[in-house]
Design a protein around this ligand. Structure first.
Ligand code: CDP
Ligand code: MG
Length: 168
């Protein structure tokens, strides 16, 4: 499946999830603001509660890994916000804003570094997933799989943001 984007290949669409910990901590707005204020544009947004089957599709690269069971338990423990974010090199930019997977190691200034503090050592000892607030497509291949998995074409919108006057 291909995703619908601008003709310019540098303008990308990427999938972002505010995970159940972010929703339950009621910081979804702050997390989304971090992304929005860069000028990246939200072109799709929904709240949903993942099923086990859907989690296996979303995390198909991880289903055979030791941490998968705890990751699935975490991801289906509450609702998530799903966003499709569009902009220049959006996939890499969102990953930069999100920060490293382990909150303990994530740089200050990133979403994970500023809003969470879990470690691999603690999560593994407890047999739980790393609570790191947010998912973002890892690369172009992931984004091209994940965006159509989460959003139909009719749920994605084309409109002009004010930033486009200055950046495009
Ligand atoms: O989310 P990200 O792409 O940064 O990391 P990942 O390696 O694709 O792993 C997906 C998610 O699985 C992470 O965000 C963690 O929530 C969880 N995970 C975990 O709980 N324990 C690990 N050892 C690795 C990942
Ligand atoms: Mg990943």
């Amino acid at each position: 499946m291909t995703q619908k984007t601008s003709k310019d290949p540098l303008i990308e669409r990427t999938l972002v999830l505010v995970k159940p910990d972010g929703v339950e901590r009621q910081i979804s707005g702050e997390i989304i603001t971090r992304i929005e204020r860069t000028g990246l544009k939200i072109v799709g947004l929904k709240m949903t509660w993942m099923t086990k089957d859907f989690a296996k599709k979303h995390y198909k690269a991880h289903v055979t890994k030791a941490f998968y069971k705890s990751l699935e338990d975490f991801m289906i423990s509450g609702p998530v916000f799903a966003l499709c974010v569009e902009g220049i090199s959006a996939i890499e930019l969102v990953r930069k804003i999100v920060g490293a997977t382990e909150p303990k190691s994530a740089a200050a200034g990133t979403i994970r570094g500023d809003y969470s503090h879990h470690s691999y050592a603690y999560a593994d000892k407890k047999g739980i997933a790393i609570k790191n607030l947010i998912h973002a497509s890892g690369d172009k291949n992931d984004a091209e799989y994940e965006v159509p998995l989460w959003f139909n074409d009719s749920e994605l919108f084309e409109y002009k943001s004010v930033h486009e006057k200055h950046t495009l």
